[in-house]
Each structure stands twice: as C-alpha cells, then as structure tokens.
Design a protein around this ligand. Structure first.
Ligand SMILES: [Zn+2]
Length: 102
C-alpha cells in the first residue's frame, strides 16, 4: 500500500505557559486513584497535585507545570512539553489593523 502524503498547512496558534491551577481556563485539576497527590511524576519531578488536565473528546492531555497550553484556530487546546514547544513552534508577530500605517 502506498500512502498519499500531505504537508499540514502552517496555522497560527496561541500558547500560554501553565504553572499552576488558575493559569488557564481549559486546565482542570488532575487527579485519580493511580496518581497519589503527593507522589512525584518522574518525568517532570512535580507532585501529581500540581498537575492539570485538559478534557477533550479524544480523552485529553495531562499538563505538567511549565508546559504550554496551545489553542488552535478551532479553539481546541492541547498540552505541549517545553522541548517539543521549542522544536516545533516559532514566534510570529501579528499586526492589528489599528497598528498599520495609512
Ligand atoms: Zn509532570
């Protein structure tokens, strides 16, 4: 089978760094019986009670402190780890209409 290949079009997203509960309205507390609140997540070193959760119809994303919450043009939010954010995202400047010279 030969797959037809595509390149995803570039799309502007907003991204906000998440450090604690209350930093972003899409992030809710992360909890569950498999993640005792005071145990540490070995990948990031923070206790589980310091983590967040983004609920989505496909399941959702765990949010570690320091992750970016990326919101796409459809309003869909996802968590992006710091190293992935550095390698996959570039900052852009968007000029607002009232900032343009006439
Ligand atoms: Zn973590």
């Amino acid at each position: 089978m030969t797959a037809t290949m595509y390149r995803r079009l570039p799309a502007e997203v907003s991204a906000e760094r998440w450090w604690r509960h209350g930093d972003h309205p899409a992030v809710q507390p992360f909890h569950g019986p498999h993640w005792p609140a005071e145990d540490k997540h070995t990948a990031c070193g923070y206790v589980w009670s310091a983590h967040g959760w983004i609920e989505r119809d496909d399941g959702g994303d765990r949010v570690c402190p320091g992750d970016r919450v990326v919101t796409d043009r459809r309003g869909r939010c996802s968590a992006v780890r710091p190293a992935e954010f550095v390698s996959d995202f570039d900052p852009i400047t968007i000029t607002q209409p009232n900032e343009q010279e006439n």
